[in-house]
Design a protein around this ligand. Structure first.
Ligand SMILES: [Zn+2]
Length: 132
């Protein structure tokens, strides 16, 4: 389950920030997930709760989806990825093999499948709140 690996990475990153900011306790983590990063939020939430260290015992984990912006390498067009425009089979395929995204997603202007993710890649920490 990659949710566990992600939860571990989130806790590790948040712990490093807490240490740097000298936070005795972390009260809230705002976690953003890019739309192309397929994550089962309940599993991630559960994994975070299981893995959290002592100074995270009252932490509220806020997990929200973030917009993903794509940029065409062929014509330079940028657009927002919208998953609802894909059919369910395609969504499943992307879920299991993120690399196939390039087969299904094409530039709406020129039709090229050669794009890069310019915003909303993967999973990241938007804010770390805590008490000193
Ligand atoms: Zn294009």
């Amino acid at each position: 389950m990659h949710e566990w690996a992600l939860a571990e990475a989130v806790i590790k990153a948040a712990s490093e920030i807490a240490e740097k900011e000298k936070l005795a306790e972390v009260t809230e983590l705002d976690i953003k997930i890019g739309e192309l990063q397929q994550v089962e939020r309940p599993i991630l939430q559960f994994a975070l709760k299981q893995l959290k260290p002592a100074n995270f015992k009252n932490t509220k984990f806020k997990i929200t989806k973030a917009k993903t912006q794509l940029k065409c390498r062929n014509c330079g067009n940028t657009w927002l990825f919208q998953k609802q425009k894909l059919d369910p089979t395609t969504r499943e395929a992307i879920h299991f093999i993120p690399e196939v995204a390039h087969t299904y997603i094409k530039c709406p202007r020129c039709g090229s499948p050669d794009f890069e993710i310019t915003e909303g890649r993967g999973i990241w920490l938007e804010t770390v709140k805590g008490t000193r």
